[in-house]
Design a protein around this ligand. Sequence first.
Ligand code: BLA
Length: 238
Amino acid sequence: MYKPFLEYLEKELFSRFDLSSKPIPAGLEANVSNRGKNQATIQSWCYECPQLRKIRYTYIDAGASAQVFNSVIYPSYYYDIPLLGIDLLSFGKSKILIVLDFQPLFQEESYLEKYIEPMRSLREKYNDLAQKLEMKFYDANQYFSKYLLFAKTDEKTVKTTFFEAYKQYINLYWEMLDKAEILDRTEDIQKVIKAQKDYDQYSADRDPASGLFSSYFGHEWSEKFLYEFLFEDAVPLA
Ligand code: BLA
């Protein structure tokens, strides 16, 4: 269901950037589970280029029971622009959740004005995809913007309206990256390094997918996947 989203992102990346593969730790690139009624497969891709230090995306295909496309793009430490976060989930026909955001590294007014306000007109165009859903796992005020797309929706809307929105948000992200100024003060760069690391720690510790990964692939694989690949700059809690 989300394959066109993966393909679109991949085509964009390959046409715009000079990508190199970034190694994924052995055993974490892919896995197959036969635990449930349906077979579940998970596959991940990871790249880097001068402007983007980590580009990762993952597809989970468990047939009709689950389809997930998840991606995070981390800019180089020389840019303080937000991360691009994508989380598209479908559990059967009745539970479809889409999340797309420019994930801010900082919450200061001046930062939000510079990097989040540009999303406003897109967000207003796609009002129906920006529902005021409550977050149970995350804090909406940390690493999320007020213009995120976050909606429970249906397959038809995903394929039509949301696919259009997706392309436009991604395009805006490339524009932002194009315009971003290179940081040259060590202290600014250090702040970005710390904020990206904190993002990984925050995200790994509350990832709502941890249970899903464990149920398909076991607890041990799940922890490794979270702390050694998805959010590799995080350290495990205990
Ligand atoms: C929620 N994301 C979820 C849920 C799952 C995942 C299973 C819970 C859905 C539910 O039952 O309500 C899945 N998260 C994943 C997967 C990966 C992952 C498969 O990290 C990794 C492969 N999540 C992100 C990113 C964003 C994001 C980049 O990983 C930003 C756009 C958002 N996911 C996000 C939000 C929720 C969510 C906001 C709702 C969480 C809440 O209620 O607090």
